[in-house]
Design a protein around this ligand. Structure first.
Ligand code: TZP
Ligand code: MG
Length: 207
């Protein structure tokens, strides 16, 4: 499920909902293995608009049998019957999420070893999002890239499945896939692609 993990919200496509839906629909038919609806940062939708788009996202992902994760909004995740919830370090504490989100996939973002340790008991956490590996423009206030060395260190520090994230594109994914990761998570590489099937093959290390 983590192999090619596409993430996005309307803020990643200049607020263009129609294009967002188009890119998501194509991605779902092109071999992505999971999608995270992440409506975040300055131009993010909220309230009924967010719920309406979330329902549309659920419909598209369900038709294609792609697991759907919601970023940091358990209410929305439950309202649209998502398969899981993802939280970061400054979101709801992950232990609370694990308790409330019974039966759901739970993901947690961690930047480095210190954050991993500070995250406490990770029972019930299904995977870790580790990064940013490289510099990224897709997230406001992104932390310093940890590089491939940082990814290596995180691999040593945990037995949880790792999905690498941040600045991963066709030209550097090969280096990332040499590490023992369960997959890669991307926003811009797929959102901005005009040949999503080819992009996905690259991200799987097949092209
Ligand atoms: N968390 C760490 S980096 C990042 C998130 C959500 C953004 C990844 O976007 P891109 O375009 O694949 O660098
Ligand atoms: Mg988050």
């Amino acid at each position: 499920m983590l192999k090619v993990y596409f993430i996005g919200g309307t803020q990643n496509i200049h607020g263009d909902r129609k294009r967002f839906i188009q890119q998501l629909t194509i991605a779902c038919q092109s071999g992505i293995t999971m999608f995270q609806y992440r409506e975040k940062d300055h131009s993010a939708l909220s309230g009924t608009e967010r719920l309406a788009l979330g329902k549309q996202v659920r419909e598209i992902t369900r038709k294609a049998a792609i697991p759907l994760i919601v970023d940091d909004d358990l209410k929305l995740a439950q309202a649209i019957d998502a398969d899981g919830i993802h939280v970061g370090q400054s979101d709801t504490p992950v232990q609370e999420v694990v308790k409330k989100a019974s039966g759901m996939i739970v993901g947690l973002s961690v930047h480095n070893r210190d954050e991993l340790i500070a995250s406490g008991d990770l029972t019930g956490v299904d995977y870790l999002g580790v990064g940013p590996i490289f510099a990224t423009n897709s997230k406001e206030n992104a932390k310093q890239p940890i590089g491939l060395d940082g990814l290596f260190q995180m691999n040593q520090a945990t037995l949880k499945p790792i999905v690498a994230i941040g600045g991963i594109h066709e030209d550097n994914v090969g280096e990332v896939l040499k590490h023992s990761v369960s997959g890669v998570a991307v926003i811009s590489d797929i959102m901005e692609s005009d040949d999503i099937p080819l992009t996905v093959r690259h991200l799987k290390g097949e092209a």
